[in-house]
Ligand binder design. Sequence first.
Ligand code: SF4
Length: 351
Amino acid sequence: MTATSTRDVAATVRQVNQLVAAGADVVRIAVDSSQDAAALAEIRRRTTANLSVDLQENYRLAAEVAPHVDKIRYNPGHLYHHERDKSWQDKVRYLVEVARRHDCALRVGVNCGSVDPAQRARFDAGDVITPMLISAEEHCQLLDALGFTRYCVSLKDSDPARVVTVNERFAAARPDVPLHLGVTEAGLPPTGITKTRWAFEQLIGRGIGDTLRVSLTVPHDQKQQEIAAGRQILADIHAGRMLNAVSGALGGLNIISCPSCSRVENEAFVALAEQVQAMTRYASAYPITIAVMGCRVNGPGETDAADLGLWCGPHLVNLKRGSQSLGAWPYDQILARLKIELDQLIAARQQ
Ligand code: SF4
């Protein structure tokens, strides 16, 4: 996925081509506005890459982007934000009609941080897997009923063990539906690669998964690391080189961070994630999760499940303890504030 601003056509085309040169078969671009969609048209003219687009809340943008891409990813949990009086089923019918008209595939992209609220409300708060699963299944059923067959599903979580469980369950229920695999917000390399590898070994090793993405928090000009890591993991699995001993690396302090995309609010985000990792090293033995997210689109929701969460705004970084907001601080002050919270959390757990 590109991390450049989609409206910066030259930089985005450069990144698309860089990813393709590194071995990417599909490149995804985020589109949040008509301006982004206009830029996408120009990007399409300048590259022959197989392009996918990531729609967020504004599902109607599908009509503007579909002529320029091969696949549209929509998130069932985001279909609620616009036109609240309209059912999600009607919105999916619209997406199918657009996809058909422009010969596009669809991806039903379910994400742990933005699960359909109607499904989440039906289950115990501790059960994060079932709402994701039911949401994916009901979208498949509707697509099937509409006779639309060019679709795949993804079920992503920042916890590799949950990625394995939810994908195993989905594959058992719907073996006919292609699955796109990913550990979302896997974080900085090398830990981000280790988490992803562990999940992919379990799934691909059992024949589950058709496409994949490795999500790493790396600077824009190093996004090809994601492709190299994915290719290496695949080669190792096919050669039987499994890293079964990595589970130890998944215990203790867990830093999850998003891979960044065109929605990042401040380019200092990647450096901040690296600083958080360095600053928190002293706490590596504690089973504490810290989430670092790049924007307001997914940041607030996808930090809820972490013990401590940071999400970036243009000038301030928001700090949370669980789902509780603690305030926002400038980029050069947030680490000190985070350390106070982390020390308090460690002290509370030692009592
Ligand atoms: S949290 Fe925001 S910046 Fe990070 S990958 Fe998700 S949408 Fe992009």
